[in-house]
Design a protein around this ligand. Sequence first.
Ligand SMILES: Nc1nc2c(ncn2[C@@H]2O[C@H](COP(=O)(O)OP(=O)(O)OP(=O)(O)O)[C@@H](O)[C@H]2O)c(=O)[nH]1
Length: 515
Amino acid sequence: MALGFIKKVFSFGKEKPAEESKASDALTADDKASIEAELEPHSREEDLPVSPVDPVAPVEMETAGGPADDAAEVDEPVLLASTEMPGELGVVPLSLLEAEAEAESSDGDQSPPPSVLPDISPSRGEIDSLRNDHPLVDVADAEPRLQVGGSSPKQDVGQYRSSESISPLEGEMSGRTEGGKVTTSTEPVLPKGFATRKEAAPVEAAPEVKLSWFQRLREGLSRTSAQLTGQIAALFTKRKLDEATLEELEDLLIQADLGVETAMRITDTLSSERYGKDVTGDDVSRIMASEITKVLKPVAKPLELDLSHKPHVILVVGVNGTGKTTTIGKLAAKLSGSGLKVMLAAGDTFRAAAIEQLKIWADRTGSEFIGTKLGADAAGLAYDAFEQAKAKKCDVLIIDTAGRLQNKAELMAELEKIVRVLSKLDPDAPHTVLQTLDATTGQNAMNQVEIFRNVAGVSGLIMTKLDGTARGGILVAIAAKHKLPVYFIGVGEGIDDLEPFEAEDFASAIAGVSH
Ligand SMILES: Nc1nc2c(ncn2[C@@H]2O[C@H](COP(=O)(O)OP(=O)(O)OP(=O)(O)O)[C@@H](O)[C@H]2O)c(=O)[nH]1
């Protein structure tokens, strides 16, 4: 296609018609040389001057020609394309170009108005000579490269884009000549020395992988297990099993909160199997997992519901912050998810946020909700809840309670009263007293079980936050001492992050072995 014209466009500034180059004539030869030298490096797109963004066409302008002053610098083989195509195929009507050329030739002032692209618009003479030189090529053919970004050439929207930002569609629209023939191609044909920059494929964010509950349990207990297995491995490096190593091992196991009873079970078994022989850390871990499983298996029980009660009343107790409210929400989700009608009662009347939090869980799980005002009598609320749950034929009523151990006497009195009131309505109520234990608290959990067991007659446990930096060893000690059922474990804050307690899983996570 109009190669002559393209050449002209590319060599703009070097072969200006006399009338167009008057402004630059004012420059000295030295000035010109320095300008040319300065222009030379602008062979890369990023070096081109950037114009203000066109509000009419706020599109992917990679390179834009500035107003007329800057235009003199665009002495580059930059292909031009329209961002907004006036008229058919975005071609500037010939009449406009002619009018522009006329205006230029008649205008005494040689510095063109900034809104026009005088530096690259062909003059009338150029257009005519283009016609004569290439009779088969319509002038319009050349013009998609010569664009004013609006319908009027007077608009200050001289958007120049490098060929790299010309879309394939535009490339297709802008026919070109090859060997004198008009061709169309989807890719813009670039001059030698140029290459189309391919857009880098967007980097896909790695999908967030949610760990399985067992992985979270393992991770939560990894501190306990890593510390323990590391110490055990160090203890048994190139040592035969003797009294001293057994004693040291027992100490390590007790420090890991497993309790004296379980620690002795492990050392006894190890001693009977390997006394006087070489022992590796793996041997100890395997025996440890097996002995812990034996301690936990009897307490890993499902939470039994007696649905003949309607409602089966579950009273949830525990120190504040151990996860009572969250666990109630998770339980409600499981129960209502299996079609049971559940009511949640906000018996922690000391904390407005606790009431609000339980209400949110009730809404989330489609459970009935009953609450009272802040500071109201919790036992009264428990009574009302029981009556209402009966009236509404709820299958399960779960009652939240306050857990401020710092006021132990008051707490004991309140819990005792709740239990007493409930048993007036049903001698077996509450049918389950669940205590939540925070796995990150370690040894303190043992004391908590003792206190709440005496006050509220705890009948089963749920250990929460086993996904955190848990110190799960204490559950083994509690199981060995209290033999209370452990129903579930909390492995996250989400509604589904409550798993039935499995002795083997827990034991192997603590011992750091796979099973
Ligand atoms: N990571 C983790 N966080 C938990 C788990 N269970 C509860 N939590 C968080 O522990 C915090 C305390 O939980 P709550 O349910 O409010 O505890 P609470 O015993 O009802 O506390 P009070 O209302 O103050 O008596 C909240 O931020 C819970 O999201 C769990 O299994 N894993």
